[in-house]
Design a protein around this ligand. Structure first.
Ligand SMILES: [Zn+2]
Ligand SMILES: [Zn+2]
Length: 335
């Protein structure tokens, strides 16, 4: 089978071909696994972080790709069309797993990191970690839902929002634009406020139904019950805490934060930014239940991501364009 393989870490700016095309035998299954014939795999920003060493993979060489869509060719539920998300395995027995938070399990394994992912013609995965794709969602539409979409959905759940309460979104990329669509469906009486430094994204947010869109440091017309931050820096956290209502919650949906503007934290004003039972919570990846609920909800609400397709062999090009910020919708590999 063909696969695009990462053999060593690289800076995509100076090495625009970090992945190499290899051909090797299809994986052999062990008890409880299924073999997936991959049809599509989404390209995620986290993969740039992996390739460039900011969140290095635990082993090399590795086949990246954690938004995998395919058909089961061997094992349980043969011929079923399924998706595989970031979560590839958890112990099922620890306190977190038993409480439904298997994303916090110490034995958590990730697709495209701990096991080979979907930048390949075939992948194997535990049979209980695949998710049926609703008929109304195409393979290409499903792929971006499996990471940016599902993690955004978890972030929204962690907001503890009640219908009618206000929601703020800091940053408006792949994840938060799906959160906006999901929130409008789940909380039809809630008003949504979007903060982004990019004027085009502000217009896009308003066209999708945000009641207000402004720059990160602009003051919205009202205080907000919950906010989701997807930016890679600290400034937006400080700004979010200023506009968070008493008892409100800020949810940080980011795998890492850069060091550049960390000093803003030293200037936090306790009375206006933290007092009054304001909460800060981060999101750590997804559970299987999040993925399944989200796929169901997107089918019900007819939520479709925008995407652009590339051939598997052109995975490097997709990554370079992502690095250059040439993002119009999600990037999906066709396999
Ligand atoms: Zn991802
Ligand atoms: Zn566990």
């Amino acid at each position: 089978m063909k696969a695009m393989v990462l053999e060593s870490l690289a800076d995509v700016r100076t090495n625009p071909t970090p992945l190499r095309l290899f051909s090797f035998p299809e994986p052999t299954l062990t008890e409880g696994e299924v073999l997936l014939r991959v049809t599509r795999c989404g390209v995620c920003h986290t993969e740039l972080d992996e390739i460039e060493g900011r969140t290095p993979p635990p082993r090399l060489p590795v086949v990246l790709g954690h938004q995998v869509v395919g058909v089961i060719e061997e094992g349980e539920n043969k011929e079923l069309r399924v998706g595989v998300a970031w979560i590839a395995s958890a112990c099922g027995k620890c306190q977190h797993c038993l409480a439904g938070n298997e994303n916090l399990c110490a034995e958590f394994k990730a697709t495209g990191r701990d096991i080979n992912g979907g930048y390949a013609e075939y992948m194997k995965v535990r049979a209980d970690f695949v998710h049926p794709i609703p008929d109304s969602i195409s393979d290409s539409e499903a792929a971006p839902l499996l990471c940016a979409g599902a993690v955004g959905y978890r972030a929204l759940k962690l907001c503890n929002l009640q219908d009618g309460q206000s929601l703020g979104l800091m940053g408006f990329g792949g994840s938060n634009h799906l959160v906006l669509k999901t929130a409008k469906h789940k909380y039809p009486n809630s008003q949504i406020f979007v903060f982004t430094r990019n004027a085009q994204e502000r217009e896009f947010a308003l066209s999708l139904g945000a009641v207000w869109a402004g720059a990160i440091n602009e003051t919205p017309p009202q205080m907000l019950n919950a906010l989701i931050d997807t930016t890679p820096v600290w400034g937006p956290i400080s700004e979010a805490l200023k506009v968070l209502s008493p008892g409100g919650r800020l949810v940080i949906n980011a795998i890492r934060k850069e060091e550049v503007d960390k000093e803003v934290l030293l200037n936090l004003d306790y009375p206006s930014q933290l007092w009054m039972e304001k909460e800060i919570k981060s999101v750590a990846n997804v559970t299987r239940q999040d993925v399944r609920e989200f796929l169901q909800l997107t089918a019900e609400a007819n939520i479709k991501p925008e995407y652009q397709e590339y051939e598997l062999e052109d995975a490097n090009q997709a990554l370079v364009e992502m690095k250059q910020g040439k993002i119009r919708g999600a990037k999906v590999l066709r396999i």
